[in-house]
Design a protein. Structure first.
Length: 438
């Protein structure tokens, strides 16, 4: 057993018992009440999940095991002479709750390199799809095709003790994380680069190697991928992709099944697909107004978008009530490497103009930009203009967080998720009865 795997087991076993004892002692402690509106509002804000890897505060933003994004950029290990954190280090932090050393990160890199071989039938399955198939559909199907190698599925069939569920889950998680960049790069090169593929480079870290296999061998792009794959990795447990992983995994579906389902959620326009919608909206703005719109032009186009009953993509968040720290991190990167980029400056001008307009409608609780508002402009700067693929990049990153969480789900023995649903008739009768007794 590797040192990293052993350390996880040493943390998980006592914590599992501690949580069970805590729940037993405080089972009747009320954390709040819910209303009729809550029933129809997608359970927004109702506490109903346990997620150890990160916590999202409406005003402070995301913290990964207590660390903010600026702190992660400063404290997580980097390649020698590098400026951005290594995503493998964030995975270590999310799993163990402690900052890794550079040697810890190297050990994960070596382990994942040994797991990179993707079965031939996975490529054949992807190749059977029409070349016009959306990259996220290809990605989800490719993940499902890898399920034939699931250690957890085999162990469950063989009758594994439930206290050991975490062990084959760990193997699946690491295999999946090792292979995802390879599968994603294969889809990219198949779809956009005439099926001309680029082999993995054993000398590169996880993010830089992904960039290399995509075909972007620039040091700055390596830096961008390290940042991108770090800041998109997790956003506590209630977002669609994280919640889907937990929900499907709670049925003891293996990590491949759970993550493929999560990617189907990430592909939705209200979740991960928003990053490509932002780019499309800005291009439409330029087509209608001109390549270099003024702030007044941008304001007019935002008002037109709202008047047409559409949303301004990249703005608003279900939880956050401030500018997304992930947007700020990307903005800082852009100020360093591309301060004069035309599209980047449009993004910054939208940032100045959009919030007051959105706030003035009185209908939007959070008029500030989220992570999707900036990422496309950074990628386009380096010539990465296939924006239908952007959500796949998001998916590779999100795997770090949701797989760390799923590993903890199995280690803690969390039960199947089964919230209660009611009919509209039940709501009417319940409200009427309680009002009648008031």
């Amino acid at each position: 057993m590797s040192q990293f795997k052993q350390k996880f087991n040493d943390k998980a076993q006592p914590l599992s018992g501690e949580i069970k004892s805590f729940v037993k002692e405080h089972a009747d402690f009320a954390l709040g009440v819910f209303t009729v509106e809550d029933v129809y509002a997608g359970m927004k804000g109702i506490i109903g999940l346990l997620t150890e890897t990160s916590l999202l505060d409406a005003n402070e933003g995301i913290r990964f095991r207590g660390y903010t994004i600026p702190e992660l950029r400063a404290k997580l290990p980097k390649v020698p002479g590098g400026t951005e954190p290594l995503p493998e280090g964030l995975f270590y932090l999310m799993v163990l709750g402690e900052l890794p050393t550079y040697e810890d990160v190297l050990a994960i890199q070596v382990d994942w390199k040994s797991r990179e071989e993707v079965p031939a039938h996975v490529y054949a399955t992807i190749d059977a799809l029409p070349i016009t198939t959306h990259p996220m559909t290809q990605f989800s199907i490719g993940i499902m095709a890898m399920q034939t190698d699931s250690h957890f599925a085999k162990a469950y069939r063989d009758g594994i003790n439930k206290k050991d569920y975490w062990d084959p889950t760990y193997e699946d998680v690491c295999n999946l994380l090792a292979r995802l960049p390879i599968v994603a790069a294969y889809i990219y090169r198949r779809t956009y680069k005439n099926n001309e593929h680029i082999a993995s480079d054993p000398k590169l870290d996880w993010a830089a190697n992904f960039a290399h296999m995509l075909g972007y061998d620039q040091n700055e792009f390596y830096k961008l991928m390290r940042l991108y794959l770090t800041i998109h990795a997790d956003h506590e447990g209630g977002n669609v992709s994280a919640h889907t992983t937990h929900l499907v995994g709670s049925a003891l579906s293996d990590p491949y099944l759970a993550f493929s389902a999560a990617m189907n959620g990430l592909a939705g326009p209200l979740h991960g697909l928003a990053n490509q919608e932002v780019v499309r909206w800005i291009f439409e703005l330029q087509e209608n107004i001109g390549k270099n719109p003024s702030k007044e032009d941008i304001a007019d186009y935002i008002n037109k978008t709202l008047k047409d009953g559409k949303v301004v993509p990249g703005y608003g968040h279900a939880v956050l009530r401030k500018t997304d720290p992930r947007f700020v991190a990307q903005q800082e990167f852009a100020k360093t490497y591309m301060p004069d980029d035309e599209l980047v400056n449009i993004v910054w001008n939208i940032y100045e103009v959009a919030p007051p307009i959105l706030e003035s409608t009185g209908k939007i609780k959070n008029p500030w930009p989220n992570v999707d508002a900036h990422s496309g402009a950074l990628l386009l700067h380096y010539g990465f203009n296939e924006y239908d693929f952007y959500t796949v990049l998001f998916g590779v990153s999100r795997a770090l967080g949701v797989m760390a969480s799923l590993l903890w789900d199995r280690a803690l023995g969390l039960p199947i998720e089964r919230p209660k649903s009611v009919t509209f008739e039940w709501l009417q009768k319940t409200v009427a009865a309680r009002k009648g007794n008031a």
